[in-house]
Design a protein around this ligand. Structure first.
Ligand code: WT7
Length: 671
């Protein structure tokens, strides 16, 4: 098992918590018959219940087509438009209802509701503009936008035309954005001049210039950069607009006022978007999600697991640049016609009361965030929630394991004992939740996400492919035995890698068209209790989860290796009280190079530059050599153990066991 799982904190089995009666009384999923409906014998037709939440132009003829495994096709033959489902169809009854309430970071800037009607108008105008720029159904468009309403507007405008959007998290560097532009083959980049982040204005347009250059180096030309201005009357960036390439969107839009674009009816299996994620190699994976299956899955899970009702005000404090935001800020809530809050800034700025003031002011009653945010808010303002008069009925946690102690603060203090807590475990590849409790029907257990969600049948395998029985207390690799509508369709441009990464390990028969032979490898280690609840231990691949963000060790190491003095690099996870994990970089220098602070800074700068500040290492250690196996493989596990003050285990079989003591002395005496 990987270093991540090995250093996972082991907590004791915790007690159950029951949902409050008031919650049960109003829940969307209050009838245990729902659990029956999704039993395995009803698979795959159980998922009709999710697809029926959508409006289809043509009903599907085959619920699940398994003829070309593992390229499953859900709702085959069906046609629909995702934008129509998220916007147009709500107009008749809910024209004036807020689809989004945008909260800018500066507290003196007014919050801005965007009604379904306004959203409809804006999406149509942007779609008309995109059409004129020459983008067509099936083309990819890269978005590199912060948390502003223009982001979902652009996503939905793409969806309206059948264009595949690829939003790159705003915090990623220009170079990282350029890599993703090139991989997806986008000719258009949509960006913004700048935005507010932790009290400062971030110049964002400069990243677009870097991105275009980085993409060009990889052979991808960007024809147009569409630039939104955060404030229509001023320009927040130092970068100059490039003649013929860069266009201010807000200058062009008035020409499209009142324009309407027919939503294009797309096959259910047409790709809706790409979301890049890190994996075992240096090259990020473009996870491709479908239109019909994905939208059905996020609508269904938003309804039953987020318990979103038309009257709720729902706030997911994630960033839309991650899958959580796509599924549970934009597509899921909007498919249900809900009101979704969009916050520009960081939750802890200017103080630990900001989130609770937003919740109080807007009447938020469903709150959704990550353990890292919960830990920070708890540390900064443990008693702050009590000072505000908000009431949550439901609170979600997502992105990393949550320690029972942190869970209890979330439940007791943030939730004031009135709310259910739903710990949702899933990943970029899965489109929506995999493990969680049905909030009114299944008790909560701090530290465990819960059982497989409706229609998801998890199993834990050991390395040999034997089933690890629930209740055995043994950890293994968690897999999903069945396909589900939200699962990624492929890795963009790399179908073989897709097949090998997610299905290669446990596929029983490559020729079989029976889904039972194709378990999906989630990439996490887990323990399953006798009650079926899963305790997630962390990634089994070379991925480090920092504050709920997935960073590939290979990407970090490749960045470090661009520093000329560096000969070898290893990125390792170190346990951190607030962020779950942080990254420490170990580097060995080329012969003749002397260790210096300057080289350490160069490594940090290279990572900032190539990935983004979110990946910035917590420490850079220059070491004389890396511990290696006799075949020359760097033993990251051993380095991680040293960095975490943990037991390194037996190192006698290493090629250079003596180096471990050297590193330990150097690192542990400086910490
Ligand atoms: C990895 C996926 C899915 C949205 C955000 C992250 C870890 C995610 C939980 C949870 C324990 C969790 C897993 C997973 N993870 N949710 N509730 N409990 N671990 O998406 O960036 O693709 O990361 O995050 O290790 O594999 P992602």
């Amino acid at each position: 098992m990987s270093t991540e799982s090995q250093i996972a904190v082991h907590w004791r089995e915790e007690e159950y918590y029951q949902p409050p009666a008031a919650f049960i009384g109003q829940a969307n999923a209050a009838d245990p018959a729902l659990l029956e409906q999704f039993r395995e014998e009803n698979f795959p037709d159980c998922f009709r219940a999710y697809a029926d939440l959508l409006t289809w132009d043509t009903y599907w003829h085959t619920t699940l087509d398994t003829s070309d495994p593992p390229f499953w096709k859900w709702f085959a033959g069906g046609r629909l438009n995702a934008c129509f489902n998220c916007v147009d169809r709500h107009l008749a009854a809910n024209r004036d209802k807020a689809a989004f309430i945008w909260v800018p970071e500066p507290e003196d800037e007014p919050t801005r509701p965007l009604t379904y009607q306004e959203l409809y108008a804006q999406v149509n105008e942007v779609a008309a503009l995109l059409h004129d720029v020459g983008v067509q159904a099936g083309d990819r468009v890269t978005l590199h936008l912060p948390m502003v309403p223009e982001l979902p507007v652009c996503m939905l405008a793409c969806a309206r035309l059948g264009i595949v959007h690829s939003q790159v998290f705003g915090g990623f560097s220009g170079t990282a954005c350029g890599d993703r532009i090139a991989d997806s083959g986008s000719r258009i980049l949509i960006t913004m001049d700048g935005y507010h982040r932790a009290g400062k204005i971030s110049d964002h347009k400069t990243k677009a210039d870097e991105a275009v250059e980085a993409a060009a180096k990889l052979g991808q030309q960007v024809d147009k950069v569409l630039v939104w201005r955060r404030y229509p009357d001023r320009y927040l960036s130092d970068s100059t607009m490039v003649e013929g390439r860069d266009i201010f969107v807000d200058d062009l839009l008035p020409r499209y006022r009142g324009h309407r674009v027919e939503p294009r009816s797309m096959p259910a299996e047409a790709p809706l978007f790409l979301m890049y994620s890190s994996g075992t190699t240096g090259r990020p994976k473009g996870c491709q999600h479908s239109t019909g299956g994905y939208l059905a899955y996020v609508a269904g899970t938003s309804k039953y697991y987020q318990d979103i009702h038309p009257t709720d005000t729902y706030w997911c404090a994630a960033d839309i640049g991650w899958i959580t935001g796509h599924s549970y800020i934009v597509y899921g809530p909007l498919a249900l016609g809900a009101t979704s809050v969009l916050y520009e800034g960081v939750p802890t700025y200017p103080d630990a009361g900001r989130c609770w003031r937003i919740a109080e002011r807007l009447g938020v009653n469903i709150f959704h965030t990550a353990p890292t945010t919960i830990r920070m808010l708890r540390k900064l303002g443990p008693d702050e929630p009590a000072r505000y008069a908000y009431h949550f009925k439901h609170m979600t946690t997502v992105g990393e394991p949550i320690e029972p102690e942190v869970w209890r603060w979330y439940h007791d203090v943030v939730g004031k004992g009135e709310a259910v807590v739903v710990d949702t475990w899933w990943m970029t590849e899965t489109g929506g939740f995999l493990g969680a409790t049905l909030p009114a029907l299944q008790p909560m257990k701090p530290g465990s996400c819960g059982p497989g969600v409706l229609g998801i049948y998890p199993v834990i395998y050991d390395d040999e492919g034997n089933t690890v029985d629930p209740g055995s207390g043994r950890a293994g690799n968690v897999c999903i035995r069945n396909p589900w509508p939200g699962v990624l369709q492929t890795i963009w441009g790399q179908p073989d890698r897709f097949k090998q990464l997610y299905y290669g390990r446990y596929c029983r028969d490559e020729k079989s068209t029976d889904w039972h032979d194709w378990p999906f490898l989630c990439g996490d280690g887990a323990v399953q209790a006798a009650d079926g609840y899963l305790r997630i231990l962390g990634r089994i691949d070379d991925v480090i989860n920092v504050a709920g963000h997935r960073l590939g060790t290979k990407e970090l190491e490749s960045a470090a290796l661009t520093v000329p003095e560096v000969a070898e690099a290893a990125a390792v996870p170190v346990v951190d009280e607030l962020r779950g994990r942080v990254v420490e970089m170990y580097v060995a220098l080329n012969p003749g190079e002397e260790p210096s602070e300057e080289i350490e800074n160069k490594v940090t700068h290279a990572i900032d530059q190539q990935i983004g500040k979110i990946a910035r290492p917590h420490a850079v250690w220059i070491v004389p050599d890396m511990p290696k196996t006799r075949s020359g493989k760097i033993m990251r596990r051993v380095i991680a153990a040293v960095s975490n003050f943990a037991d390194v285990g037996d190192v006698t079989t290493l090629a250079n066991p003596e180096i471990v003591e050297d590193i330990r002395h150097h690192v542990q005496s400086s910490k």
